[in-house]
Every structure is written in C-alpha cells, then in structure tokens.
Design a protein around this ligand. Structure first.
Ligand SMILES: Cc1cc2nc3c(=O)[nH]c(=O)nc-3n(C[C@H](O)[C@H](O)[C@H](O)COP(=O)(O)OP(=O)(O)OC[C@H]3O[C@@H](n4cnc5c(N)ncnc54)[C@H](O)[C@@H]3O)c2cc1C
Ligand code: SF4
Ligand code: SF4
Length: 411
C-alpha cells in the first residue's frame, strides 16, 4: 500500500515537511509548485508511514486503498515520466533557502542518531557550512526506527538507508557508542536529540511483573543486550494501551509468520504459546489513539484472537490475571504495558518533569544559550518519524539565526 493525495488538497505543503522519503511533489522550490491544484505522492518511494495523513489539515492524504481509483491514477500518472527522487540522494535535496551570510556555526554537536538527530544533521548540512559531530550511545544509528518500529514493518525501516547516507557526508563525524558527556567542549552549538525512552507506569500493585512495550520491541528487534524480562505464559495475555505501539505489540504476539525476527525470538514466541490477547483502553473507541490502518492490520493478523475492551481501568496484577476497577479479573499469564513514554532529565539542562521535556522556545533551550533540542525530548513522546523532520527543521532554523551572534556554550 502507498498513500495518495486526493482532490481535496489545498497545497499548503505541510505534508512535504514531514515526509521522510521526499515522496511528495512538486515541493516548494520545485517547478510547478504553487501553480497546480494539488500535490502528488510518488508510489515508488512512499513507505506508507502515514506522516502526511497525520498532518494534513483537510484529510487530503489518504491510504491508496481508501482513496477513489481516479486519485490513485492521478498520482501515479504524475510520476509516470519522472525519475524517482530518492530521499537517500543528497543531490536531489532542495537547494538551501536560508541566506548564508557567514557567521553561522562552525562546529555543532548533535547528540542522538534517532530521527530527530538525523534530520537535524541533514538540515545543518543543507543550511550551514558547519562541521557536525554526531554521537549516539548506541553502536547503531536510527534510534527507535531501528529498535522500536515493529520488525514486520520493513518498509518503515527503509528510512535507515537515508540516515546511513547522511552520516557518510564529509562534514559529518559519526561517533557511534559515545555518550555526549565523554566529548570535550568547544562546540558553537549542541543539539540534544536524545528521545524519550522511559516507559510510563500504570501505578498498580504487581506492575513490576509486567513487560513494557519498550522492552518487548527492543527484544523483538534484536537491540544488543536486550532481553525479554518475563517468561511468556500462554494462552492469554493482556496488553494495556490504545495507541499504535499497543497494537504492534498485540500483532507481534499473535503473528504466526514473523519472518523478520531472529530464530531465537521466533522460538521464544512460539514456546510461550500466547494465542489470545485482550487489548485494554482507558477511554472509548472514538478516543483511541491508534490509527485505522494499524487496527485493520492487527485484525487481519489476529482475527478473533484479539479482544478489544474499552473504558477499562486496571487496579492490580496478580498470578490470577489483571483485576479491573469493576472487580472483574481477566485471567492471563502475562501483562504488557504500552501506555506511552516520557523524557528523562538531560545533564546540565533545565527539565519540565510534568511534560517530560527540556523547556525550549522553537528548539532553543530556555536559559542555556547555544543548547537546542529536537524530537521527543523537545515536544514530548508524540508523533511518528516524519514529524521529527519538521521539528528538526524548526530547531536548526532557530540555531542558525541565533548562532550569528550567540556565544559558544562550551568555550
Ligand atoms: C515502539 C515504538 C514503535 C514506533 N513505531 C513507529 C512507526 O511504525 N512509524 C512511525 O512513524 N513512528 C513510530 N514510532 C515513533 C518514532 O519512533 C518516534 O517519532 C521517533 O523515534 C522519535 O525520534 P527521536 O529522535 O526524538 O528519539 P529516538 O528515536 O528515541 O532517538 C534518540 C537517540 O538518542 C540516543 N541517546 C539518548 N541519550 C543519549 C546520550 N546521553 N548520549 C548519546 N546518545 C543518546 C539513543 O540511543 C537514540 O538512538 C514508534 C515509537 C515507538 C516507541
Ligand atoms: S509521509 Fe509517509 S506515507 Fe506520506 S508520502 Fe511520505 S512516505 Fe508516504
Ligand atoms: S498537507 Fe494536505 S492539503 Fe496540505 S499539501 Fe499536503 S495533502 Fe495537500
């Protein structure tokens, strides 16, 4: 499946800014932008991430399966005679539109090689002449794209290919397996793009025996050192959460054909014998945070082996199962939680513990000149991969204007 833009499009180009694959054209600056009635999605490069649909103010970006056949044809026809522009091809990126008057940053440190850090690096390459040091405590780049996105979504993981291209740029020094604190000072600016990995807690007795989504997907995705912290006990599991991550978890537990995981993971899942999943939401179906395509995918894999329950409030987890505030106990062998993530304090920076973010104004950290944030640590743990692109663009725009007169944080 791919996405298409329908005739409702009013060409405000919000979707172009969040498309991680550069699939939407004509984009601002390209011939034809602003002259036609619509934009188009290239079916050859679209990875079906849904970021365009999430941001579109008029619901004009839609999954091809749900769009009218003429809209699908219109999109395909626009690209029939045009070459596919790859997101991995730096030469196909649009030319810088900022005025480079000199005085921009010379050395920038980007901490975190997840989507926010990678898009910040890409943006710095496009808009400045700075040398960029990119570090991640992990040995591999990609952040949650590599170790969070479900392994049976290989299309989404293709974005890592474009990230690998970014780190090969001659102005980027990529230092995997490095904590920011291990580096000397002396940068004109630091972009903290460290994500928001701590799992939220339910706050009920017995919860310490639960497996968080973070742990489960990291194990499924083969993150080095990640282990499944619980023994799987079939036949029934409860997953608390109503977002796409909860649906990913239920789908992975019930899928019989997980080709994209290691044999060890496959064996453990099969031996666990989980055959049914009860998915619990605190609110009603109209307020559920998952998207319709994600629900349809789960139902296609799981059929009647998944039960969706709403308005359910867990009060305790015991060896019997999960007790709800109604007094009912759902008999189950495992409890999984997928109720969101929150940011953690970054050394040396202010922290808004309630929102789990570093307080900032358009990416500039409050009261810390020269320090910037991008991604989930800037906005909170919301939004898919593509949203981090527009987010990083805003941060780098703030950095570029400020650095033309700002003091170095580290010197
Ligand atoms: C389970 C799960 C599944 C998801 N699936 C999808 C999906 O299918 N499609 C989609 O569009 N979005 C998905 N998302 C959302 C998407 O992953 C996020 O929008 C995105 O990863 C946030 O980017 P980020 O760069 O802010 O954080 P992250 O991806 O978490 O990257 C942060 C990086 O910083 C590094 N880091 C942290 N602290 C330090 C430090 N002190 N020093 C050095 N490095 C450090 C980390 O190792 C990590 O690599 C999913 C999220 C989760 C949790
Ligand atoms: S944002 Fe995602 S779904 Fe939309 S065109 Fe780009 S790659 Fe495709
Ligand atoms: S966000 Fe929606 S309205 Fe705006 S250009 Fe994209 S498809 Fe068209």
């Amino acid at each position: 499946m791919t996405f298409v833009i329908t005739g409702e499009c009013c060409s405000d180009a919000s979707c172009v800014a969040v498309c991680p694959m550069n699939s939407i054209h004509p984009s601002p600056g390209e011939p034809g932008f602003g002259t036609g009635a619509s934009l188009f999605i290239d079916p050859r490069t679209c990875i079906d991430c849904g970021a365009c649909a999430d941001i579109c103010p008029v619901d004009a970006a839609q999954p091809a399966e749900e769009a009218a056949p003429e809209d699908v044809e219109r999109n395909a026809a626009y690209f029939a005679e045009r070459e596919a522009l790859e997101a991995t091809d730096l030469d196909s990126w649009e030319p810088p539109t900022y005025e480079l008057r000199g005085g921009g940053p010379r050395r920038v440190l980007v901490v975190g090689a997840g989507p926010a850090g990678m898009y910040a690096t890409r943006e710095l390459l496009l808009r400045t002449t700075a040398e960029i040091t990119l570090v991640d405590r992990s040995e591999q780049l990609g952040g949650l794209v590599r170790f969070g996105v479900a392994p049976d979504h290989p299309n989404t993981k293709q974005i890592i290919g474009s990230f690998e291209r970014i780190v090969r740029h001659p102005r980027v020094r990529w230092r995997p397996g490095t904590e920011a604190s291990a580096l000397p000072d002396g940068y004109d600016a630091v972009v903290h793009a460290v994500g928001a990995r701590r799992s939220r807690r339910l706050g009920i007795p017995g919860e310490e025996a639960a497996c968080t989504a973070e742990d489960f997907v990291a194990w499924c995705n083969g993150r080095p050192g990640a282990e499944l912290p619980v023994e799987l006990v079939g036949p029934r599991a409860v997953v608390v959460g109503n977002g796409n991550v909860a649906l990913d978890l239920a789908r992975l537990l019930l899928s019989d054909q997980l080709a994209a995981v290691s044999p060890a993971v496959r064996r453990t899942l099969a031996a666990g014998g989980i055959k049914q999943v009860v998915l619990l939401g605190r609110r009603g179906p109209d307020e559920a945070a998952y998207t319709r395509p994600a629900l349809e995918e789960l139902l296609a894999v799981a059929g009647d082996r998944v039960e969706l329950r709403y308005h359910a409030r867990p009060t305790a987890w015991t060896s019997e199962g999960l007790t709800l505030d109604t007094g009912e106990t759902i008999a189950a062998g495992n409890l999984f939680t997928a109720i969101g993530f929150e940011g953690q304090r970054v050394d040396g920076l202010p922290f808004d513990a309630e929102r789990g973010i570093v307080p900032n104004v358009r990416g500039a950290v409050v009261d810390r000149p020269g320090h910037y944030v991008a991604g989930w640590i800037k906005r909170g743990a919301r939004g898919g991969i593509g949203v981090n692109k527009a987010c990083a663009q805003e941060t780098v725009a703030t950095l570029v204007s400020a650095s033309r007169g700002a003091a170095s944080p580290g010197s």
